[in-house]
Design a protein around this ligand. Structure first.
Ligand SMILES: Cc1cc2nc3c(=O)[nH]c(=O)nc-3n(C[C@H](O)[C@H](O)[C@H](O)COP(=O)(O)O)c2cc1C
Length: 190
């Protein structure tokens, strides 16, 4: 294998597509896609999203100290992309997209009702990294559409059909078929 240096770049393949849900100071719901994010701790269960300070969502997280992370399924690619082009500073993206903001149970932030999985997070740490600020949220609850649960009640990624992102070419992808059960490959993965 002949390897070529691509330089120092923030690349991981793929990155998840997370819709960060917040309310603004007037209680208006907002959502923005963040692909710079993911799971960052098992105990306490935590996820991180990295957000530029000029995004409205940044102000909203600072204001309320919480956010939600909703996972869009493939069929919401267009809506997801729109949320990444428009700002909640200028318009109510939920209304523009005919999406439903439902109030989270444990935090003061909206969930995207149409998306199959939503995670309710209380802000636990804020880390200034440079271009982005990393917001780490302790997960207080995960809400999943019963249609994406398997017979044991576990979320099934094949039913969720999440969007994933290619950070190099900036393309959306869906998932392929499962290859193997990871428990057969490794003892400890969390
Ligand atoms: C696919 C995609 C992924 C994005 N990921 C991030 C991200 O991880 N962090 C970030 O600060 N902005 C990211 N953006 C840009 C914001 O979503 C965009 O600036 C959005 O308009 C901010 O909305 P707001 O002003 O309502 O918060 C992404 C945009 C797209 C389309």
């Amino acid at each position: 294998m002949e390897k070529r240096s691509l330089g120092a770049r923030a690349l991981v393949f793929p990155t998840p597509v997370i819709i960060v849900g917040t309310y603004d100071a007037n209680g208006r719901p907002n959502g923005m896609p963040a692909t710079w994010g993911g799971v960052c701790c098992s105990d306490p269960p935590s996820i991180a999203v990295s957000i530029r300070a000029d995004n409205y969502s940044y102000d909203n997280i600072k204001l309320h100290g919480c956010f939600t992370a909703s996972i869009p399924s493939e069929r919401y690619m267009v809506e997801t992309h729109y949320m990444g082009l428009a700002s909640g500073r200028d318009n109510n993206k939920f209304e523009s997209l005919s999406l439903t903001p439902s109030r989270a149970e444990y935090v003061n932030a909206p969930l995207v009702e149409e998306f199959p999985v939503s995670i309710e997070c209380r802000l636990s740490q804020t880390i200034e990294l440079g271009s982005h600020t990393q917001f780490i949220g302790v997960v207080l609850d995960v809400k999943a559409d019963i249609a994406v649960l398997d017979t044991q009640g576990e979320p099934d990624i094949a039913l969720i059909k999440p969007l994933v992102f290619d950070p190099a070419k900036r393309r959306y992808f869906g998932l392929g078929a499962p290859l193997s059960k990871a428990s057969a490959l490794s003892r400890r993965m969390d």
